[in-house]
Write a protein that binds this ligand. Structure first.
Ligand code: GLU
Length: 353
């Protein structure tokens, strides 16, 4: 009886597969043409709009002020943008305003360093361990066995810049800006006022670079590396450009707007795991707990979060929490990720729900 039932169900399954393939075509051909968010694009739009409305009046946090320019940015600015891996764009609020990318730049310099030197060398020269301390901590440089810790804290990021090749600092900088522009799919530029403001006050970063030199963990001239690093932090992006940079990561390194492969596919897991581990400074553990998406914040008020294979969400809102992460951006992304079940550690992300 049991055997007959199982034979019958096998037979029925074969018929089902046949009918299904006649109706919708082979699964691989079908999935190629289907939007990663379809048929849920409307749902994504609705949830992002809900989050925007829910948190637009939130007054928590305070602009960064250790870089004088940032203290003057209008703290009410608020923009949310989603770009999918098939280049659909949903944008709300102040999404044309160009803000400084700040620490989010570190993700893309890590990508460029790996592009040039490969992940093994970057792991050896920089490492990938959490510090449990503030992003600009000199104590972490002294305490951590690798000293550089990881590419997303200031010390590790300055060392990552020092790994990028170039016979002069200008050549290195041009290469970095060109790379970021390819990731964004359009020409990005430096916000000169931000650069000047930060260059005039970055004594802490200069100190970090000299501390790294003491341990032989910086690979070019320390002050020159800090200068190029300061420029990369001063690149201007709007929320949509930032979301597209994230979507390039979500799309396995291919820019969804230009179709250009900018980052090697094999580098993507290293980038995303580093973002998960240290993307929100010493708030990264809480972020992984509540949201479960690789993300990176910057003290300019931006955060970008990656939903692999689907797209990225970028939020810009200048007031920050104690750890240096935009308060509103965290709330919006957490809301959207939970409502749309994007958490990478949730059983449904591996088809178990
Ligand atoms: N340029 C900033 C600094 O070096 C970046 C920090 C950040 O966004 O976390 O302090």
């Amino acid at each position: 009886m049991f055997r007959m039932k199982s034979r019958l169900s096998k037979w029925m399954f074969a018929v089902y597969l046949l009918i299904a393939s006649v109706c919708v075509g082979p699964i691989s051909a079908q999935s190629k043409n289907v939007s990663p968010v379809a048929p849920g694009a409307e749902r994504v739009k609705a949830v992002v709009t809900e989050a925007y409305e829910k948190f637009r009046g939130d007054t928590g946090g305070k602009n960064a002020d250790y870089i004088p320019y940032l203290a003057k940015v209008d703290s009410k600015l608020f923009g949310v943008a989603v770009v999918t891996t098939d280049n659909q764009v949903f944008a709300l609020g102040d999404v044309k305003y160009s803000f400084s990318i700040q620490s989010i730049a570190k993700v893309f310099s890590l990508a460029l360093a790996m592009e040039e030197s490969g992940p093994d060398k970057v792991f050896e020269k920089i490492g990938s361990e959490p510090t449990g301390r503030a992003f600009n901590s000199p104590v972490a440089v002294v305490d951590m066995p690798s000293h550089t810790a990881n590419p997303l804290v200031n010390a590790g990021a300055i060392a990552t810049v020092s790994l990028i090749s170039g016979s002069t600092a200008d050549e290195k900088w041009d290469k970095i800006l060109d790379f970021y522009s390819k990731v964004a799919g359009e020409k990005l530029t430096l916000i000169d006022e931000v650069y000047k403001s930060e260059a005039a006050t970055n004594t802490g970063n200069k100190a970090l670079s000299y501390l790294l030199a003491k341990y032989d963990r910086i690979y070019a001239d320390p002050f020159e590396s800090v200068d190029v690093y300061t420029k990369e932090c001063s690149v201007g992006v709007n929320a949509t450009q930032l979301a597209r940079m994230g979507a390039t990561l979500a799309n396995n390194g291919v820019n969804p707007a230009t179709g250009e492969r900018v980052i090697k596919e094999e580098d993507i897991p290293h980038i995303l795991s580093t973002m998960m581990m240290a993307g929100l400074y010493d708030g990264s553990g809480g972020w992984a707990w509540h949201v479960g998406l690789p993300a990176k914040s910057g003290v300019g008020g931006g955060i970008v979060a990656i939903v692999p294979g689907k797209g990225a969400i970028a939020v810009f809102a200048p007031p920050l929490d104690e750890a240096g992460n935009s308060v509103k951006a965290q709330k919006v992304i957490e809301y959207v990720a939970n409502k749309l079940d994007f958490n990478l550690y949730s059983p449904s992300s591996v088809g178990l729900k």
